[in-house]
Design a protein around this ligand. Structure first.
Ligand SMILES: NC(=O)C1=CN([C@@H]2O[C@H](COP(=O)(O)OP(=O)(O)OC[C@H]3O[C@@H](n4cnc5c(N)ncnc54)[C@H](O)[C@@H]3O)[C@@H](O)[C@H]2O)C=CC1
Ligand SMILES: CC(C)CC(=O)C(=O)O
Ligand SMILES: [Mg+2]
Length: 354
C-alpha cells in the first residue's frame, strides 16, 4: 500500500503527523504500508515556486492513496495569489480524477453536548454528503477578472456541468444510498440556475436504475436551513461542488467541530485522496492545539475505500470512539469545565486505544 503523504500548511503538518502515527502502528501490526512525504500548497511554493510541484504530482499519481493535510495561509493571500486553488488543490483533484467527495457527518454520542444543536435534535445523526469534486463553478471556464463592455472591472465564474459528470456522481450517490437507508436528497438551485435545473433532470433519469432508492430534491437555501432545523431528515445528500463545500462545513458543526469531519475523494477505481474537510486553520497553527481526529478518521476512510480493509478501518474508528468516551477533548470539542488535550496528546490517546 503506497501512500503519498502531503502535509501542506498551517495545522496540516501537525494533524497529519498524528495520522501518520496511526498508519505506522498499523504497519507495525502487519500491514504492508509504505509512506513518502512531499510538499504541497505553500510548502510546495516555498520549496520550488509551485503549489503542486511536478515531483509531488508524480508521487501522488504513482501512489495507491494520498493523505493530505490542508493548504493555504495568509502569507500567500497576496495580489498575485500564488496558491490559486487551480494551481494546487483543484489541480491535484482534477489530475487524479477525484470526482466523488464523500463527507460523512456523524455525531459521536459522546460529543452530543459539543454540537451547536440540542442533543435531541442531533442524537444519532449520520449523514453522508456526496459532493461532486471536479466540476461546477470551481472549474468552469470562462473565469477571471476583466474590464467589461461598460469599461468597469468585473469578476466572473461559470457554473457548468456536463451530463456525464452528473451521471457518474449520481451513480456513486445512489449506490451509497442503496447500502444505507435507501434515501437520497439531491440539492440544487433549479429554480434559478439552469446548470442545476439540468442537474435535477439528470438525477431523475439516473434514479430509474435504482427503483429501491427514494429520490427527493431540495433547494440549497432550504437545505442549509433544514440542516440546522431537523438534520436527521437527511441520510445521503448529493450535490455539486460549491453547494457541497458549503453544506459540509455547516454539517460539521452538528457533529461538534469541523475538526471531526473526514473525507474521501475517489476516482472511478476507488483510488483516493483523503483529507479533513477543514482548511489550514492559520489562527491556531503551530500551537499543537488543533483537532487531529478528522485526519485520523480520513485514514479510516482510506483503509475502507481504497484498500478494502474494513477491520482496520473499524479499529481506527473504534479507537476514536474510545478516546472520546474516555473524555479526551481538544479545545474545539471540549465542553465547559473539561480538561483539554493537545494535538499530539490526542494522537497519544488514539494510539493507546488502538
Ligand atoms: N482542503 C484545503 O486544503 C482547504 C484549505 N483552505 C484554506 O485554509 C486557510 C484557512 O481557511 P479558513 O476559511 O479559515 O478555514 P479553516 O477550515 O482553516 O478554519 C475555519 C475555522 O475552523 C477552525 N478549525 C479548522 N480545523 C480545525 C481543527 N482541526 N481543529 C480545531 N479547529 C479547527 C479554525 O481554527 C478556524 O477558526 C485558507 O488559506 C483557505 O484557503 C480552506 C478549506 C479547505
Ligand atoms: C479550494 C476549496 C474548494 C477547498 C475547500 O474548501 C474544500 O474542498 O472543502
Ligand atoms: Mg471547504
Amino acid at each position: 500500500m503506497k501512500i503519498a503523504v502531503l502535509p501542506g500548511d498551517g495545522i496540516g503538518p501537525e494533524i497529519v503527523a498524528q495520522a501518520v502515527r496511526v498508519l505506522e502502528r498499523l504497519r507495525a501490526d502487519g500491514l504492508a504500508i509504505e509512506m513518502e512525504h512531499a510538499p504541497i500548497g505553500g510548502a510546495g511554493y516555498d520549496a520550488s515556486g509551485d503549489p503542486l510541484p511536478d515531483a509531488t504530482l508524480a508521487l501522488a499519481q504513482a501512489a495507491d492513496a494520498v493523505l493530505l493535510g490542508a493548504v493555504g495561509g495568509p502569507q500567500y493571500d497576496t495580489l498575485d495569489r500564488p496558491l490559486r486553488p487551480e494551481r494546487g488543490l483543484l489541480r491535484i483533484r482534477k489530475a487524479l480524477n477525484l470526482f466523488a467527495n464523500l463527507r460523512p457527518a456523524l455525531l459521536y454520542p459522546e460529543l452530543a453536548g459539543a454540537s451547536t444543536l440540542k442533543p435531541e435534535v442531533v442524537s444519532g445523526l449520520d449523514i453522508m454528503i456526496v459532493r461532486e469534486l471536479t466540476g461546477d463553478i470551481y472549474f468552469g471556464q470562462p473565469r477571471g477578472i476583466h474590464v467589461n463592455e461598460q469599461g468597469e472591472r468585473e469578476g466572473f465564474n461559470t457554473m457548468r456541468y456536463s451530463e456525464s459528470e452528473i451521471r457518474r456522481i449520481g451513480h456513486v450517490a445512489f449506490q451509497i444510498a442503496q447500502k444505507r437507508n435507501k434515501k437520497l436528497c439531491s440539492v440544487d438551485k433549479a429554480n434559478v440556475l439552469e446548470c442545476t435545473e439540468f442537474w435535477k433532470e439528470i438525477m431523475i433519469d439516473v434514479a430509474k436504475a435504482y427503483p429501491d432508492v427514494e429520490l427527493s430534491h431540495m433547494y440549497v437555501d432550504n437545505a442549509a436551513m433544514q440542516l440546522v432545523r431537523a438534520p436527521k431528515q437527511f441520510d445521503v445528500i448529493v450535490t455539486g461542488n460549491i453547494f457541497g463545500d458549503i453544506l459540509s462545513d455547516e454539517a460539521s458543526m452538528l457533529t461538534g467541530s469541523i475538526g471531526m469531519l473526514p473525507s474521501a475523494s475517489l476516482d472511478q477505481a476507488n483510488k483516493g485522496l483523503y483529507e479533513p474537510c477543514h482548511g489550514s486553520a492559520p489562527d491556531i497553527a503551530g500551537r499543537n492545539i488543533a483537532n487531529p481526529l478528522a485526519t485520523i478518521l480520513s485514514v479510516a476512510m482510506m483503509l475502507r475505500y481504497t484498500f478494502g480493509l474494513e477491520d482496520a478501518a473499524l479499529r481506527v474508528e473504534h479507537a476514536v470512539k474510545r478516546v472520546l468516551a474516555q473524555g479526551y477533548r481538544t479545545a474545539d470539542i471540549a465542553e465547559a469545565g473539561m480538561e483539554k488535550v493537545s494535538t499530539s496528546g490526542m494522537g497519544d490517546a488514539v494510539l493507546a486505544a488502538m
